[in-house]
Ligand binder design. Structure first.
Ligand SMILES: C[S@@+](CC[C@H](N)C(=O)[O-])C[C@H]1O[C@@H](n2cnc3c(N)ncnc32)[C@H](O)[C@@H]1O
Length: 339
């Protein structure tokens, strides 16, 4: 951040550099490459303006302690992005999610008493939503490859008092047992056809996330997700009961990780059929992956372009504004049933 007073003082040789005090009007920038050192008084690196605000603290309170800063430093008065902060609000009752992620839970349509698998679950936003849609009745198995992230799911489930969630640290590619005699056990690996519903909220290139100040991945990294997603998808199909529902979602915008995956899935697994999604508030799937118009209409794509009109809307799934999909992160949802 930089003090507005400070920037005008830069033009004078005679005034000492003013030090930011509580109550000063300041401009806030994001340090795109993470190169600004703590407490630096000048910075010529890459930065992006995110808005203006008023400092709640003196500069010394921000930088003189050894500990990382906590609490509110700048009260934003002119933020560039309109999203309000829900940090720390009703943490034992709410889990903040973006609109497409909430839609995923409804599209999966879990019912009380069912056995549901969330294959890539941390930090558990969708897991906890699914469990609450089930009224905490049945089982939601949440798998996550990274142990510390899996522990976060457990903490979130505990905080929201959702004890039907069972979380395990597991590479979901290997979550299906190769032993045909294997019986269902609480944790992985599971026998084939173990679950009524499966969510594969796949690891992806994340190009739909916003605000995104910079993107430093190589093309090779972006392209690495398609094969990984196919391995996870193959396991998902094996673990799904006949008559079960599989939802595939990503928070990216590439054809390769979205429509091309659907096209591949329909060819590779003739037992799968695309299903209509309720609610359907996104736009249809993109051209270019060999899907028919009818198939593309069954998909849901959310667009990451800034579409903010300044109007506020009250969230209600029955009455979403027509252009709800224009002010969300980029996201993709496909729903399949298995014969
Ligand atoms: C898109 S995020 C999931 C977000 C989550 N569904 C939610 O709504 O909170 C993908 C997650 O999958 C995990 N992951 C990646 N590869 C995995 C694998 N092979 N098996 C299990 N989890 C994996 C990542 O560590 C990451 O936490």
């Amino acid at each position: 951040m930089c003090s507005r007073q400070a920037s005008s003082a830069h033009t004078s040789c005679f005034l000492p550099r003013p030090v930011m005090k509580a109550g000063d009007v300041v401009s806030v920038f994001s340090d795109v490459e993470g190169k600004c050192t703590r407490g630096a008084t000048e910075f010529n690196g890459k930065k992006v303006f995110v808005g203006n605000g008023v400092s709640e603290v003196n500069r010394s309170e921000l930088f003189s302690s050894d500990k990382p800063g906590r609490g509110l430093a700048i009260r934003m008065t002119e933020p560039l992005y309109q999203s309000p902060s829900f940090d720390g609000v009703l943490t034992d009752e709410l889990f903040l999610q973006n609109l497409p992620s909430v839609v995923v839970g409804y599209v999966l349509g879990p019912r009380p008493g069912e056995r549901v698998l969330d294959m890539c679950a941390a930090p558990g936003g969708k897991t906890t939503h699914i469990a609450s849609l089930m009224g905490n009745q049945g089982v939601v198995v949440a798998l996550e490859k990274v142990r510390s992230k899996m522990e976060k799911i457990l903490r979130n489930a505990q905080m929201l008092k959702l004890d039907c969630i069972k979380a395990y640290c597991c590479n979901s590619i290997h979550a299906v047992s190769s032993d045909p005699a294997q019986e269902y056990t609480e944790g992985p690996p599971f026998p084939e056809e173990s679950f009524d519903r499966i969510l594969l909220d796949a690891p992806c290139s994340g190009l739909g996330q916003r605000p995104n100040m910079s993107y430093s991945w190589s093309l090779k990294e972006v392209c690495s997700y398609q094969p990984l997603q196919r391995k996870l998808f193959t396991t998902a199909v094996r673990l799904l009961k006949s008559g079960g529902v599989l939802v595939y979602s990503t928070c990216t915008v590439t054809l390769a990780e979205n429509e091309e995956q659907v096209s591949w899935a329909l060819k590779t697994f003739p037992c799968l059929t695309l299903q209509p999604q309720v609610p359907h508030v996104g736009s249809e799937g993109m051209l270019g992956a060999g899907l028919s118009c009818e198939q593309r209409r069954l998909l849901q794509r959310f667009r990451p372009e800034l579409g903010w009109t300044g109007e506020r809307f009250t969230f209600s799934l029955e009455k979403l504004p027509q252009d709800a999909n224009q002010d969300t992160i980029g996201f993709f949802i496909a729903k399949f049933s298995k014969r």
